[in-house]
Design a protein around this ligand. Structure first.
Ligand SMILES: [Zn+2]
Ligand SMILES: [Zn+2]
Length: 80
C-alpha cells in the first residue's frame, strides 16, 4: 500500500518498527510515509479520529474501523 499523500511505496515492511503511520480517511485504510509526516505537521488532522478518545491510530477490520488506543469500533461506511 503506497503513501496516500505522495504515492511512495513502502520499501521494507518491518514488523512493529515501521515509521509509516496508519490511519483512516473516508472509510479507507491509508498509510502515511515518514517524509509526509515530517513535511506536513498537521497530517493527523486529515485523518478520521476515534469518536470516543480522539486518537487517529485506526485500523479497518472486517468493514469496521477499530481504534488501536481504546478499542472502540464502528462501521467504516456509516455515512452511506
Ligand atoms: Zn508520503
Ligand atoms: Zn479510541
Amino acid at each position: 500500500m503506497p503513501c496516500y499523500r505522495c504515492g511512495r511505496v513502502q520499501t521494507d515492511p518491518v514488523r512493529g518498527a515501521s515509521p509509516w503511520a496508519r490511519g483512516v480517511v473516508e472509510g479507507e485504510q491509508v498509510l502515511i510515509c515518514p517524509e509526509c509526516q515530517r513535511d506536513h505537521p498537521a497530517w493527523t488532522e486529515e485523518l478520521t479520529a476515534c469518536p470516543r478518545c480522539g486518537n487517529t491510530r485506526l485500523s479497518i477490520v472486517m468493514g469496521s474501523v477499530v481504534c488501536r488506543a481504546c478499542g472502540h469500533d464502528w462501521p467504516a461506511r456509516a455515512a452511506e
